[in-house]
Structure formats: C-alpha cells, structure tokens
Design a protein around this ligand. Structure first.
Ligand SMILES: Cc1cc2nc3c(=O)[nH]c(=O)nc-3n(C[C@H](O)[C@H](O)[C@H](O)COP(=O)(O)OP(=O)(O)OC[C@H]3O[C@@H](n4cnc5c(N)ncnc54)[C@H](O)[C@@H]3O)c2cc1C
Length: 359
C-alpha cells in the first residue's frame, strides 16, 4: 500500500515508521526540512501519567511505553533518558538561601527553591526532539519508506471523490492513502474541510554546558520577577550536555512558510533575563539556539486523528499541542492501523475529525 504522509514533523515521522512496520510503503513529503518546526524546537519532555483523567490518557500511556521500547531498539540515537522532574520557585525580588539544596545542578541560583516533586525516573523522561524525529524517519526510510523534499499544494481526487494522491511542486504523487500531518499548517490544503487548527508560538533557548551533561532533571519553574510579573519557564537538561529552556507563549500570525518562523529578539532577551536570574550559571553558558516555533492546537485541546469525512482515502494527524513529542509513537501506530483498516489498539473516537465542539 502506497501512503503519502504530508509533513516531516514528529507526527509524520512516527506515522511513516509505524506504516512501514505494518508493511505499507510511506513517502513523507516535507517542505522546509525534517523537524524544522516544533518537532525540532520543543522540550522533548515525556510523562507517563500527566494526561491521566483526560481523553489523552490511553494515547499518552501507550506512547510513554513505546518511547522506552524505541530507545531500547535504537540506543543512543536521540538521548532518551529518564529524569527526575521538580517544580521550582524563584522570586527575583527576594534573596534566597545562601546554600543550594543538595542534588540540584550548580547552575541554579540558591534562591531557586524546589517546592514539589512532579515526576520520577519511572514516570518522566527526556529526548532530543529533532534527533528523535530524524531517527524515526531514517528508520522508516531504511525499511523501505522514502522522503521527498517538496511543498504539498493540493490533493488529487478520482471522479467519485476518492483521494488518490497529492500534487507537490507541480508533480503528481499517486497514493492509496494520504495522511495530513502538517502541524499548524494542516489547514492550508483548501480542498479539505478540516476544523480550524490554531497555532500557538513558544520561544526557547538552548545552552551548552561547559562541564558536560548535568544530572538527568527537568524543571517547571514558577518565576516571579522583581516587578511582580509571573512566568513559568520549563527546563530540560539533556544527555548531550545541552539545557533547553522555553516559555513566553504568544499567538502572532502563523507565517505561511515554515522556514520563515523566527524568534522575536525582545522575547528571547526576556527569556534570557529570566534564566540569568533563576539559573545564573546557565545564563552565562554559550547559547546554541534562540528559536521560536508554533504548536498545533484544536479548540478542545485534543488532537485530530483519523479519516477525513467527505474525502475517502484521506486521513489527518495533528493538533497535539504541548504533548506532540510524547504522543507521537501511539499516534503513528493508531494512524497506521486506521489507514490499513486494522482494528486499532486505542479508541480513536475522542480524536475524530467530526467530533462535537470543534466549531
Ligand atoms: C515551545 C514548545 C515546547 C514543547 N515542548 C514539548 C515537550 O516537552 N513535550 C511534548 O510532548 N511536546 C512538546 N511540544 C509540542 C510538540 O512540539 C508538538 O506537538 C509537535 O512537535 C507537533 O508535531 P507535528 O509533526 O504535528 O508538527 P510540526 O513539527 O510543525 O511539523 C509539521 C511539518 O509539516 C511541514 N509542512 C507544512 N506545510 C507543508 C506543505 N505544504 N508541504 C509539505 N510539508 C509541509 C512543516 O515544514 C513541518 O516540518 C512543545 C511545543 C512547543 C511550541
């Protein structure tokens, strides 16, 4: 079965990986570079049970288990490591303790105080998101899939309305099924009536620690500035000795071209000033990346996964919001089942395109 997967983010890569495992032949079509969007610029933080109690619970729990299996099957490819996750508090207006609590990295300020343990190495983990996305796609290609660098502009349909391929850079690519996995750009194919996929921007910095990797930790920081403003930066210490910090969400217009997404200097400066306050040792480290990206979000916060009504042969997988890196593996597995007509291991109904409340 020939399947065209539109979009080379983590959802497209995971879909291709599980399609090829199920015996299909996927071609991923990517416009601007594999993992060029949120999939390469996210935290890569994973949690077993943070989606419990919501419709995401089965997808998240299955995905967390698959992340462990994928890392074991392809070791040392994307820096998978279990982490301890803490909630920290930093009040920039108060001088804190003069001694840092034991067990915390020396780049944190002594005034940055742990307030709660949010996860253990059994329940939380971290990956390098770009390496994970590329790793899954490379594995899919090694097993018979392919990557085409082109811009998907339209769908090809037969006289009965069935989707039989895509038009990419004026070339027609025939397919038995098409999966739209273009993240926040998934609405750009006007031929499909999909619910509105919103795009929320996040800004991040990547620092290079001079003394090598720090202990495996992730932090969610409650930051209070000297002027009383509050922010919630997230910090992930990675296996390769880099530390990722994100925060300061916004909703500017989404550039039509993914390659045109770039950070606002005033926002990266603000994030850096926060880091210099709550983690001065980190703030003095070389900065490898100042970046922004957009995550795809549906009105009800749940992803959109499944067949597209009125367009037989077409499927969608997008809208994973803040949990796309976590939920990519089980999403890929689910899409592979749906495309091939197999009975899925996870109930897709909460993610259906025509569910209520998407407006
Ligand atoms: C700041 C930030 C931090 C995050 N941290 C985490 C985290 O710690 N853990 C977690 O689980 N999730 C996290 N997320 C969420 C996660 O990054 C996203 O949910 C996920 O990356 C979305 O993947 P995607 O494949 O749907 O979209 P994208 O990564 O946006 O990929 C879509 C791809 O489609 C391509 N494309 C677009 N138009 C076309 C076209 N016409 N033709 C061909 N290709 C096209 C784009 O170039 C792009 O590569 C974070 C998100 C943000 C913004």
């Amino acid at each position: 079965m020939r399947v065209v997967v539109c979009g080379g983010g983590v959802i497209g890569a995971a879909t291709a990986y599980y399609l090829v495992k199920a015996g299909a032949t996927p071609t991923v079509i990517e416009r601007s570079g594999v993992a060029c969007g949120a999939s390469g610029k996210s935290g890569g933080f994973l949690a077993l049970d943070w989606c419990d109690g919501s419709a995401l619970e089965p997808l998240a729990r299955r995905s967390f288990a698959l992340h462990g299996q994928l890392a074991a099957a392809m070791p040392d490819r994307w820096g998978y490591r279990p982490v301890t996750t803490l909630h920290l508090h930093h009040d920039a207006g108060r001088s804190g303790a003069s001694h840092r609590p034991t067990g915390l990295p020396d780049w944190l300020s002594p005034a940055t105080i742990p307030s709660q343990r949010l996860g253990t190495p059994e329940t939380t983990a971290a990956i390098d998101p770009a390496a994970f996305t590329r790793g899954l796609l490379e594995a899919a290609i090694a097993a018979g899939g392919s990557l085409l660098e082109a811009t998907v502009g339209d769908l090809v349909r037969s006289s009965d309305g069935r989707v039989t391929g895509v038009v990419a850079d004026d070339e027609t690519i025939p397919a038995d099924a098409v999966v739209i996995a273009m993240g926040p750009w998934s609405n750009l194919l006007n031929a499909l009536e999909l619910p509105r996929v919103h795009a929320l921007e996040g800004t991040s910095l990547v620092f290079q620690l001079q003394d090598g990797p720090t202990e495996p930790v992730a932090f969610f920081v409650d930051y209070q500035g000297v002027d009383g403003t509050r922010d919630s930066p997230e910090v992930v210490a990675r296996a390769d000795g880099t530390v990722y910090v994100s925060g300061l969400s916004a909703q500017p217009p989404l550039p039509a071209d993914p390659a045109a997404v770039s950070p606002v200097p005033a926002t990266t400066d603000r994030l850096l000033a926060m880091v210099e306050a709550f983690a001065p040792g980190l703030g003095r480290s070389p900065i490898l990346a100042r970046q922004a990206c957009f995550r795809p979000v549906l009105r009800d916060g749940l992803p959109l996964i499944g067949p597209i009504p009125g367009a037989p042969g077409a499927f969608v997988a997008t809208g994973h919001s803040v949990w796309g890196m976590l939920n990519a593996p089980a999403t890929g597995e689910l899409v592979a089942d749906l495309v091939q007509g197999h009975s899925p291991g996870i109930d897709p109904a909460p993610f259906a395109v025509d569910r209520r409340g998407l407006g």
